[in-house]
Ligand binder design. Sequence first.
Ligand SMILES: [Fe+2]
Ligand SMILES: [Fe+2]
Length: 352
Amino acid sequence: MRRFRILSIVGIFLWVLAAFSFCLAFDKVKFVAISDPHISIPQQKGVSDGFKLGLKTVMLTENVVAEINKIPDLNFVLLAGDLTQDAEPWNIDELRRILDGLKVPYFVVLGNHDLSLVPHEKKDQPVSLSKYTVAGAFIGRSGGMVPGMTYYSHEVAKDLVLIGLDTSRAQVFVPEAGLNDFGGRVDEGQMRWLEGVLKKNQKKTIIVLTHHSLVPWHDGDVKNHNYWRWFWVDNAGDVRGLLKKYGVRLVFSGHRHISTRYQNVDDIFHFITPAISTYPMRYTVYEVTPTTLSWEVKDIPAPQEVWDLAKKNFLANKWWRGPDHPETPEGDRKYLEFYESPGTMKGKVKVK
Ligand SMILES: [Fe+2]
Ligand SMILES: [Fe+2]
């Protein structure tokens, strides 16, 4: 009888414990954010090392994966788009091979370089695939992308929901710009879907992952210097308004190729993720709790000659400098400071 009573008490205790832990939200989640690998296998015709280190993209992405695999207690990896040079099938396969080397689940979103290029007479273009095909290549073991869609939501930990958006427009050549349209927009159908997801998850912590930012990072991004308005989504105000309405506090993007920093706009912390393929090649380790977000930015390991080349090509690039970074010693200093963002290599913000 006594034995039965003890067993009953133990049973009730275990049941309460299980029920309690089932109700418990996540405590601390660690993740890495990377962006813009622009994978271009060296065997592809025309690949070279410029501002983007085309010939080194595979090596750099392999190196960051090896570093990420050494991080203890890591939960997942976010990749903020521009996965490939221009949605070539061989580059998608190569990236998938590299990312499958990660020990933790990974989640990608598409960038402007991950959809088919509309051919035009100005340029020889490689074969590129529909964004639905590219997205389909990343339906994987970890969740995230689902068949027939280019955006998704996924509960990455108890009460922590990741929303991956598709912010890219069609890659149409714009003659007056001399460029393919690299701009962004969250279309109406996706906005309706987003509101539905936000409504359903109101009590949970939400992380939003995008390629294009929802805010400008430079005066030129506002004034449209060199078509830099295309660095942030056209209807950014509407998207921010919707996120704010449902209490979203964290958005992570890529595309701008500047080092990690953040802005608080509309009560939302907007974080930018540095590119793997361009100086200063970095990744960011984040730790999120229900009330805080902390981070540390790290360099991707690469031989010194690769770092020297990356910096040399970065300094030589006129397009990315902008109007306030002339090619003078002072201009170089300011240009480096803007892209390196040395003041935000580490930090912590309160999200509740
Ligand atoms: Fe990019
Ligand atoms: Fe991009």
